[in-house]
Design a protein around this ligand. Structure first.
Ligand code: BES
Ligand code: MN
Ligand code: ZN
Length: 490
């Protein structure tokens, strides 16, 4: 992790700068400028060069734009200009992420960073430097930056904000690692092991293996996992702080690989299906973060983990699956497997855990991407206050959500012939999936939300604080929501 420390502003100009990083903001008439450059000790020496450089690049103020020029044999020996756009949290994260990826030196000093930007900027640096480490990193991917000195008066509030950010980023990175890991390694048992080895003793864990899943009636998880040589698991994590007045249950889809099953996917659609446990990674990482941050809400994470394979023991189209608690699903597609494992976990939560609020996170449908594009998650709930609270937590995190409706018009399509529900009721696919899941929220129907994160769980390009591959989407939204909104919801 890049080390971020504070330097005393009064020392500015008395010790060598080395590489100096300056934030660029849009100035009068939209022309990019470095704010208050004249107030920086010694800046008379290089202000003209900065002005000339900025005059050459009218987009230098765009969030995440990085420009640099070197000054051989002089100090600063290099000046790097980082665009910070409108100066909101999102822009600062983007700026930090871009700097982490493009800095050409190991050690830089940042001057002119406002105190309120410190946490977002560091969050961007740390999320932006993330790399999935498996074997030797390729040189082209190497992050050079190791130490960032912020010329800002150190305060206990800034220290605390940085500490919290560090915890959150570590858990986002953990979720990314889990999701990026190839499925030859990532069996349900392996996923559980990774979580148990995170060393967060405040969180209690229960692991259900196939014998117990069968005995307790988790027929959905067993059906979906039945085709794989690597048996399914149900992982249950609990963070139960003293004095908590709310209990939130978070359910995450944990399909370690989705071939589609007997309804096999074409190879292009299957290629990235190791990410199909992104929901489970998100709820687990958010729960560990809640414990490490000491958030005063009881949180249970449920991760139904299974590999959707095809083999002689695989489930098949037209099967009837009996879920935890007794509801049944008729299998119209073995590729609509996510909702079938979520259904078991939701029914279990409602029957046994007495949640105040129930949220599920899942890479559930390709249809959500067709509706909302490549970075936005679809949220579904009948609860206005819950919708508003998650929308504002997501906005704070810079994670995009959009609410879709749960219209009654399609309810009849979710009904099956020889079972209670049809697991693949057809178009509109994201909506019929949500309507199916709502049937398992039971008495919590009005205190439930479904989040379809199929799109934002993965990104094809480096962008701001995101690295190509798994994004860890949702961890920051959940943490924001738990630490603020969830406590005031009735
Ligand atoms: N895991 C997929 C959904 C998905 C697709 C996630 C693309 C991320 C990117 C899910 O299990 C699935 O296959 N859904 C089907 C549902 C259909 C069979 C009713 C889909 O979206 O096509
Ligand atoms: Mn599928
Ligand atoms: Zn799937």
């Amino acid at each position: 992790m890049i080390s971020v420390r504070f330097g005393s502003p009064t020392d500015a100009g008395t010790t060598p700068w080395g590489t100096l990083v300056l934030p660029v903001v849009p100035g009068a008439g939209g022309k990019p400028v470095v704010a208050e450059l004249a107030n920086l000790a010694g800046s008379a020496d290089f202000a003209d060069e900065v002005a000339a450089f900025l005059a050459d690049d009218e987009r230098a103020g765009d969030a995440g734009r990085v420009g640099s020029f070197s000054r051989p044999l002089r100090d600063p020996s290099r000046i790097t200009l980082v665009g910070t756009g409108s100066g909101d949290a999102r822009s600062w994260r983007k700026a930090g992420g871009a700097l982490a990826r493009t800095a050409r030196d190991a050690d830089v000093t940042v001057a002119g960073l406002p105190a309120e930007a410190v946490a977002s900027f560091a969050e961007g640096l740390w999320l932006g430097e993330y790399r999935f480490r498996l074997g030797e990193p390729r040189p082209s991917d190497e992050v050079k930056l190791q130490r960032v000195t912020l010329m800002i008066q150190e305060t206990s509030e800034l220290e605390a904000a940085l500490d919290a950010t560090r915890i959150i980023v570590r858990q986002v990175s953990f979720a990314r690692d889990l999701t990026n890991t190839p499925s030859l390694t990532k069996t349900p048992a392996w996923f559980v092991d990774q979580v148990l080895h995170q060393g967060v003793p405040e969180v209690a864990a229960t692991v259900r293996e196939p014998d117990r899943l069968i005995e307790e009636g988790f027929g959905g998880i067993m059906a979906v996992g039945g085709g794989s040589a690597h048996g399914p698991r149900l992982l249950e994590l609990t963070w139960s702080p003293p004095g908590a007045t709310k209990h939130v249950v978070l359910v995450g889809k944990g399909i370690t690989y989705d071939t589609g099953g007997i309804d096999i996917k074409p190879v292009e659609a299957m290629q990235l299906m190791r990410k199909d446990m992104g929901g489970a990674a998100t709820v687990v990482a958010a729960t560990l973060a809640a414990a490490q941050l000491g958030i005063r809400v009881k949180v249970t994470a449920l991760a139904p983990l299974a590999e959707n394979m095809l083999s002689g023991s695989a489930w098949r189209p037209s099967d009837v699956v009996r879920h935890y608690g007794g509801m049944t699903s008729e299998v119209h597609s073995t590729d609509a497997e996510g909702r079938v494992v979520l259904a078991d976990a939701m029914a279990y939560a409602v029957a046994e855990l007495e949640p105040d609020l129930l949220l599920d996170f899942a890479t559930l449908t390709g249809a959500s991407r067709i509706a909302l594009g490549k970075t936005t998650a679809a949220i579904f709930t009948d609860n206005e206050a819950l919708a508003k609270s998650v929308e504002s937590a997501a906005a704070l995190a810079g994670e995009s959500v959009w609410r879709l409706p749960l219209p009654d018009d399609y309810l009849k399509e979710t009904v099956a012939e020889i079972a209670d529900l049809n697991n693949a009721a057809g178009n509109p696919g994201a909506i019929t999936a949500a309507l199916y899941l709502r049937e398992f929220a039971g008495s919590l129907r009005d205190r439930w939300m479904h989040v379809d994160m199929s799109s934002p769980a993965w990104t094809a390009e480096n962008d701001g604080e995101l690295r190509k591959g798994a994004t860890g989407w949702g961890v920051r939204t959940i943490v924001n929501w738990l630490s603020d909104e969830a406590q005031s919801l009735s």
